[in-house]
Structures are given as C-alpha cells and as structure tokens.
Design a protein around this ligand. Structure first.
Ligand SMILES: C[S@@+](CC[C@H](N)C(=O)[O-])C[C@H]1O[C@@H](n2cnc3c(N)ncnc32)[C@H](O)[C@@H]1O
Length: 204
C-alpha cells in the first residue's frame, strides 16, 4: 500500500483550479488533510475494493487518492466544468481512472456507494450548503467521511443533523486546515483554522 506521506506528496502536487470562485468555496483540501482522511478510511476497510463517491470533488484530490488506495470504482461529482477539466488531467497524471460527473449534488442520483468522501463547502458563502452536502452524502453512502468547521456550535449542529438524517458518528478527529490567499477578500498569506473530520455510519 502507498504510504500516508507519499500519498500526501502526490495529492499536494496535483494541479489547482485556475480561477476558483468564492461562491462555490473552491479551495482545495490540503494534501495532509486529504491523506489523513483517506488513510483513516483505508484503515477502517472503507476504501480498498469499495465503490467510492467524492461529492464536490473539485480538482479531484480525494477521488484520485481513493483510486490510488485501491478503490474498485470512484465517481467524482462537481458542479463546475472547469474544476472537472483539471480533475481529468490530474487523474491522468496520477495514472488512475475516475468517472467525473458534472452535476449539482442535489440532482445527483445513483445506487448507493460503499463510501462517500467529501470536503464540502462549509456554508460560509452560501448558508446551508454544508447541510445539503451532508444530507446527500448520507443518502448515497453506507459510510461517510466529511469535513466541517470545528467551532463548538457547529459541532453540536452537525451532530444534530446526523441524528435527524438517521446516522451515527463513529469517529471525529480535529485537524488543522490551511488555505493560501486566493480570493479578493483574503488579507493574509495563509489561513489556518480547525476542521472536524467525521466518520458516519448508516444514513437513511
Ligand atoms: C471546498 S471545495 C473542495 C474541492 C475538492 N473536494 C478538494 O478536495 O480539493 C468544494 C467543492 O464543491 C463544489 N460545489 C459547490 N457547490 C456544489 C454543488 N451544489 N454541487 C456540486 N458541487 C458543488 C465546488 O465547485 C468545489 O469544487
């Protein structure tokens, strides 16, 4: 199996979105966060030989990482065609096959996946976007790995939503997220903040 550090380096080197849009919260999952999420999922038996969906896949880091870790089939979904163009090139560069689908996650309907991985919009630009992704992930995946803001009130909110959607949180890991200055309203070179990685079982 590919090592965690190796995976982080490969994912970190994939091409970014050429012109990210703030409204879609188009920032990439940092390589270390992506490899932590994927290696945790791998260690739980949720990746190798499994059908994996990446919702809001952007330029493809999580989807490509899942394919590198031996997923049987990987589907990446994003609303933005330009992000998917980069994702396609990134997958070729990494030598893996992923099915890329351009669609709003709300409209995306397929048979249930074994595992959904996602770094959704946090709902900062569009209120409720995080919940929309969470609901869909739990509808589509037997197991879900999802990232959310780590503020205490948000934690309570996510726990509540997971219950309402019929699932159970089996793990929560706090991680540090760093994103480089990329939008007009950014005033610092780098933004660091805490995120929670959740493993969720059993949505409706
Ligand atoms: C935080 S970024 C994560 C990107 C990618 N998963 C990664 O790991 O680098 C959120 C992604 O969700 C996509 N997105 C936002 N709203 C969407 C929607 N309604 N349907 C599908 N994708 C959406 C954005 O285009 C963006 O690529």
């Amino acid at each position: 199996m590919i090592r965690k550090k190796q995976l982080e380096i490969i994912l970190q080197k994939l091409d970014p979105h050429p012109d990210p849009v703030p409204e879609l919260e188009q920032y990439m999952t940092p390589g270390d966060v992506a490899s932590t999420l994927l290696c945790l999922a791998y260690s739980q038996g949720d990746i190798a030989g499994k059908v994996v969906y990446d919702l809001g896949c952007g330029t493809g880091r999580l989807a490509i990482g899942a394919a590198l870790l031996g997923a049987k089939k990987v589907v990446g979904v994003d609303i933005d065609e330009r992000a998917l163009e980069v994702a396609r090139r990134n997958a070729d560069k990494a030598g893996v096959k992923v099915d890329w689908v351009m669609e709003d996650v709300e409209e995306f309907r397929r048979e249930r996946a074994d595992t959904v991985v996602q770094n959704p919009p946090f709902g900062v630009q569009r209120r409720g976007a995080d919940v929309k992704f969470l609901r869909k992930a739990m509808e589509l995946g037997k197991i879900v790995y999802t990232l959310h803001k780590a503020a205490p009130r948000n934690r309570e909110f996510i726990e509540n939503r997971v219950k309402v959607f019929g699932g159970k949180i089996t793990k929560r890991v706090e991680l540090t997220f760093h994103i480089p200055m990329q939008f007009k309203f950014h005033t610092r070179n780098i933004y660091r903040f805490k995120v929670d990685l959740y493993r969720i079982e059993g949505g409706k």
